[in-house]
Write a protein that binds this ligand. Structure first.
Ligand code: GLU
Length: 268
């Protein structure tokens, strides 16, 4: 008897810091359609842990925009509801001796770091590595050299921030814990997150979590050739909707790699 293939689970994980634009719509359509094509499940996760920047009205708008686009989900996760799981993962890394507290300011890091890091800011030079006291608000950084040695990979990575004391975990850790909890098998997201994938893979191995397959799609650009940002004029789904766009047509275009007039692909 043939074995059952693993059920496909995909997800779309927007942060409610603004309205969805065409690039988000592309991630959502590709993820949703891949799950549907394989009779799998599609998860929508609202990544609202950065409470200083996230707004519930944007969460409502995201749900509304996705419904307009004809995207339906089988499971809705709200990231802030999952704090206990995040904390458990943080404890585990802590118990493995892989985290150290850091109180460096952005300005201090910028001043002491040598090379810029792919537009994502300077690589943390490790000033606080080995430090043990952790005042409230201190960042918990992952000791990448130690972590890489445990996993048996090499490569130069930043000692990323995984949490702030008293303030909960940061993006990379929340993402891997939540993807695993939802059983995500395939992550389809924009090329802007390409450099996040090795960090997340490392965390998955350290935490004994399954490593999904990753696909990064090209980024959408506006008429100026620059990749879309939440503030690019005319590029939100709300703008397209107000301009009379047909959602079924838009969905079909996106899944076929076509973009509406006035948009193009950003340079890699
Ligand atoms: N919440 C992230 C964002 O909106 C996406 C996370 C992910 O797809 O892994 O950029």
């Amino acid at each position: 008897m043939a074995e059952h293939p693993q059920d496909i689970v995909t997800r779309f994980a927007p942060s409610p810091t603004g309205r969805l634009h065409l690039g988000h719509a592309l991630s959502a359509v590709l993820s949703h359609d891949f799950a549907r094509a394989h009779r799998g499940r599609f998860v929508l996760r609202i990544e609202d842990i950065d409470t200083a920047r996230c707004r519930t009205e944007f969460t409502d708008a995201i749900l509304d925009d996705l419904r307009w686009l004809g995207i339906d989900w089988d499971r809705l996760d709200i990231q802030t509801d999952r704090a206990a799981d995040h904390a458990a993962a943080l404890d585990r890394l802590q118990a493995m001796g892989l985290l150290y507290p850091c109180t460096c300011t952005r300005a201090e890091i910028a001043a002491s770091a040598s090379a810029p890091h792919g537009g994502a800011g300077p690589i943390y030079p490790g000033t606080c590595r080995g430090r043990t006291d952790a005042p409230e608000g201190a960042a918990w950084r992952l000791d990448m050299a130690k972590a890489s040695a445990i996993v048996g990979v090499s490569g130069r990575h930043d000692d990323v921030v995984l949490a702030r004391k008293g303030l909960g975990v940061a993006y990379h850790l929340a993402v891997v814990v939540d993807d695993a909890a939802a059983g995500v098998t395939d992550v389809i997201r924009g090329a802007d997150l390409l450099s996040a994938t090795p960090v997340q893979n490392l965390l998955q191995v350290l935490l004994g979590l399954p490593v999904p397959r990753y696909t990064h799609h090209p980024l959408v650009a506006g008429s100026d050739g620059k990749r879309l940002a939440k503030r690019t004029p005319g590029a939100t789904l709300a703008d397209l909707r107000a301009a009379g766009a047909d959602p079924a047509l838009l969905r079909n275009d996106l899944r076929s790699g076509r973009l509406p007039v006035g948009f193009g692909w950003a340079d890699a």
